[in-house]
Design a protein around this ligand. Structure first.
Ligand code: ATP
Ligand code: MG
Length: 420
């Protein structure tokens, strides 16, 4: 089986196929194919693992169907600018110098990721190769291709194409030169500069906008299910983009409030309500977002097994501290060396506290989080300004034409919380 060639089609045909693809993505993301979903790396939440006698991943009938779905999806009919291409394995081999070790970028549950250069597009790309013995399977491959083929947003990583040749499954993405947020937040190598406050807020706001696109603007709306620092990739200027949609699910429709599913995701990021009941809602993603925001503010990991048992889970550590704002300066990342706006810190922590609330209905909706974080990101902190000192309250925030009335409602709520 080879990859597909390209053909030119009319725009009418493209539109029709776009709808066809939307219905295909709905079926695939909503489908019962969770039964064949595989995920067993140590940090992932997954109650099942299907392996054959040789320890390899079982490719069930349903997965075969999904592979066919991907093949049947004529991505050449995508509207111009969103076209995902197909590549031969040979092309990707050449692009990575036969998957040379010096092209290796990292490895996750899907398999290894390599940097490559595609001659025909004159473009540097990141190529992810499905590990057939790995934790994630062909369903993830299909969902990733289908979701990203329909998505188009500056805060979602672009899928350039894929290869589904024989046993090989590879995904080709735009190359994100600064790697993942995790690389910039945790276990920094010697001499690597920690992220400053403004960059952290910019990343938080951009990631929230990506999530808002999935929840509120995609048709059908999508629950991401795998929001975490390693899935936030950074472009030039630290522009954040969400990646890895293999676990994405179509959100509830009609009067339904949730989707019932097998629990998947990553420990430390998974909402307690979802972990306990398997009922997935948009608020499950808001919880994961709150954990990421907490990581950005505190510099601590979602799960850190080097800490005392009671402090290993970031939310478990933070919850008692949220109760008294006097604790807030103690929560901030020491690598910021006191260079943050006090009011901004209080507001960012209050947003995170709302997102990780135990009760899903108490968590804010993504559009409110976006408004609040856009405001915080636009309020530039200048450590060199005489009024900018983490020791002086409420004086270290500057925003062009700052108007109290224009502050988003969520910030007004958090304000009353933090100053009460
Ligand atoms: N498009 C890309 N551009 C540049 N680097 C990338 C890209 N995609 C992935 N990487 C690098 O490869 C690493 C592994 O990514 P991958 O998504 O496979 O694993 P992960 O996010 O750590 O885990 P998971 O499988 O749970 O998502 C990332 O941490 C990142 O450093
Ligand atoms: Mg990832």
């Amino acid at each position: 089986m080879g990859c597909f060639g390209s053909s030119k089609k009319s725009s009418k045909r493209s539109e029709r196929n776009h709808h066809k693809d939307a219905s295909k993505i709905r079926k695939t993301l909503a489908g019962t194919s969770d039964q064949t979903q595989l995920c067993s790396d140590s940090t992932k939440v997954s109650p099942y693992r299907d392996v054959n006698n040789e320890g390899g991943v079982v490719v069930g009938k349903e997965e075969d169907q999904l592979a066919l779905d991907v093949k049947g999806l004529n991505l050449d009919d995508q509207p111009a600018g969103k076209k995902a291409q197909t590549f031969t394995f040979e092309e990707l081999k050449v692009a990575t110098g036969n998957f040379r070790s010096d092209c290796f970028l990292g490895e996750g549950g899907f398999g290894k990721v390599f940097k490559g250069s595609l001659e025909k597009l004159d473009q540097v790309v990141a190529i992810k190769q499905l590990d057939r013995n790995g934790a994630q399977g062909i369903r993830e491959f299909a969902v990733e291709v289908l979701t990203l083929s329909l998505a188009d947003h500056p805060n979602l990583v672009k899928l350039i194409g894929f290869c589904a040749e024989g046993d090989q499954r590879l995904l080709v993405y735009e190359y994100m030169p600064l790697g993942s947020l995790e690389d910039h937040l945790h276990d920094l190598s010697f001499g690597k500069k920690p992220l400053d406050w403004n960059t952290r807020m910019k990343i938080a706001a951009g990631a929230a906008r990506g999530l808002e696109y999935l929840h509120d603007r995609m048709k059908p709306p999508v629950i991401y299910r795998d929001l975490k620092c390693s899935n936030i990739l950074l472009g030039e200027d630290y522009q954040p983009k969400l990646s890895d949609f293999g676990l994405a699910k179509v959100g509830p429709s009609g009067d339904n409030t949730h989707v019932s599913t097998r629990v998947m995701g990553t420990y430390g990021y998974c909402a307690p309500d979802y972990a306990m009941t398997g009922q997935l809602t948009f608020k499950s993603d808001i919880y994961s977002f709150g954990v990421v925001l907490l990581e950005l503010i505190t510099g601590r990991k979602a799960i850190d097994s080097t800490k005392d048992r009671k402090d290993q889970n970031l939310v478990g550590w933070a919850r008692p501290l949220f109760k008294d704002r006097k604790n807030f300066p103690k929560m901030v990342d020491p690598l910021l060396q006191g260079q943050y706006p006090v009011r901004g810190l209080y507001q960012a922590l209050a947003i995170a506290a709302m997102c990780v609330q135990e009760q899903p209905n108490m968590r804010p909706v993504v559009s409110d989080v976006v408004l609040a974080l856009n405001f915080l990101a636009a309020s530039k902190y200048d450590p060199n300004s005489p009024s900018s000192s983490s020791r002086r309250r409420n004086t270290s925030f500057h925003r062009d034409g700052d108007d109290e009335e224009k502050r988003p409602d969520l910030l007004k709520e958090t304000e009353s919380e933090v100053s009460s």
